[in-house]
Design a protein around this ligand. Structure first.
Ligand code: SAM
Length: 436
């Protein structure tokens, strides 16, 4: 009798889990645990161990889904929002912070502390406990777990949860309405977020957040929590692009939407001859820290709206990091066109963003994260993540009607990195002029 898929998956789980277990023991690392004192993250590990861990996650999910069957899976998947609901209540009422992590509290004590009816405290927490957030150590008595401890102690995870449950979730529930109203889904002020916030055709999310320091700060923390994780380090961009070629000719990089210039600072520390212009909106440029000495000499800040014509002519690289995924195709194409009057022949446009994989080329879990990111961009801004082919299409559209134009050079994802480096070269007319 041939081995069934179930047994095959179970075999993978056993084999790969044994590898992980050996690694944890040999490295003297703590065993994973749901206990309040359990580790909050898996320890750093080699690529081989990372792939063992990925296999355990993939195979256990696949096995679980197979034995549950499609009807059950769909039935309960459609209830996923209840996870957001109990998490929202915990976030909103600061329940994780309501009693010390090594102590217990009754539902009644928590209710009094957070000023919420006991029946509601009980039902939110008993639901969250099914996700191992808190546990009931004896009837009516609650203790922390590793997960509730993270909520109690990690401000950035709290920001992430708050942004997801209070900003993204209500907006996601209005995306279909937003598309029905405006099927092209290309205007940032017509996104699901705007329907949910009564700002449709009034203003995009960033303007709404600009009026609410609390929401803006929370989104900042949420982004730091996401992009501060493994696979998002600036070092991947610094170490996986041929900057030495630009450095050799003391070339210039324009970092468009470059915030406070931290990418350019890292590049400038490694490449001593390169020069940089960091462009951003007035408020961001004004609040950028003053750079001293050599860094101050080589890194300049400039106010520039990237929807308007590029003022720095003849630079070697125009860099967009975490920029184009905030824009629909219509706006992205316009932004690339706005570069053209500044471009010299051979100038490079470098994009550092997610690049959607071909379907089925990554684990379902990794694919789900990146495809969810694409849905979130739609939800908040009518923007999108793109595949390599879709990036190429942007450059083709920006070159339309021009002789030469952009030649797409491709996308590459450095090993271990979640983002890709996407590049095109300008082969149209030389508009470089004098570098400003
Ligand atoms: C997601 S952040 C990316 C920052 C940085 N490039 C990085 O790698 O983290 C987007 C940046 O674009 C800037 N920005 C937004 N709209 C802009 C505009 N119209 N013109 C120039 N910069 C803009 C924001 O102020 C912010 O610094």
């Amino acid at each position: 009798m041939s081995t069934s898929q179930l047994i095959e998956l179970a075999g993978i789980i056993t084999r790969e889990t044994e590898k992980l277990d050996r690694f944890l023991k040999q490295s003297g690392s703590a065993q994973p645990s749901f206990d309040v004192d359990g580790p909050t993250n898996f320890p750093k590990m080699s690529d081989e161990m990372k792939s063992a861990r990925d296999e355990v996650v993939r195979a256990t999910r696949e096995l679980g889904d197979l034995v549950a069957g499609p009807t059950e899976n769909i039935r309960w998947m459609a209830w996923d929002h209840n996870n957001s609901l109990s998490l929202h209540a915990i976030y909103h009422y600061k329940i994780a912070q309501s009693f010390p992590i090594h102590e217990t509290a009754t539902f009644a004590q928590i209710a009094e502390k957070v000023d919420l009816d006991e029946i509601n405290v009980r039902r939110f927490l008993r639901h969250a406990m099914t996700n191992r957030i808190f546990k009931e150590v004896e009837p009516g008595v609650v203790a922390h777990t590793a997960a509730s401890r993270v909520l109690a102690e990690d401000q950035m995870i709290n920001d992430w949860v708050g942004f997801c449950v209070e900003d993204i979730w209500p907006a996601a529930s209005r995306v279909v309405d937003a598309i029905n109203l405006n099927p092209s889904a290309s205007e940032p002020s017509q996104a699901g977020f705007c329907v949910a916030n009564n700002t449709i055709d009034v203003e995009p999310m960033f303007v709404t957040f600009g009026k609410s320091p609390k929401r803006a700060k929370r989104m900042g923390g949420a982004m730091t929590s996401l992009t501060g994780g493994e696979g998002y380090e600036v070092s991947y961009l610094v170490n996986n692009y041929d900057w030495s070629r630009i450095n050799a000719s003391s070339g210039t990089v324009v970092d468009i939407g470059g915030s406070h210039g931290f990418v350019c600072i890292d590049l400038a520390e490694k490449y001593k001859k390169m020069k940089f212009i960091v462009q951003d909106l007035p408020k961001t440029v004004q609040s950028a820290p003053k750079l001293e000495g050599d860094l101050g000499e080589r890194i300049k800040f400039q106010v520039h709206d990237f929807h308007t014509q590029q003022p720095v002519k003849g630079a070697d690289v125009y860099l967009y990091r975490w920029i184009l995924h905030n824009q629909s195709d219509r706006y992205s194409i316009n932004m690339l066109r706005q570069l053209i009057p500044a471009l010299k022949k051979g100038a490079r446009v470098v994009i550092n963003d997610h690049c959607l994989p071909e379907p089925g080329t990554e684990s379902l879990w990794d694919e789900k994260i990146i495809r969810s990111m694409d849905l979130v961009m739609l939800t908040l801004l009518n923007a999108r993540e793109r595949s390599e082919g879709e990036f190429e299409d942007l450059f083709k559209a920006a070159s339309e009607g021009l002789s030469g134009g952009f030649r797409f050079l491709g996308a590459k994802r450095p090993e271990g990195c979640r983002m890709s480096i996407i590049e095109a070269v300008w082969e149209g007319e030389d508009f470089g002029g004098i570098e400003s």
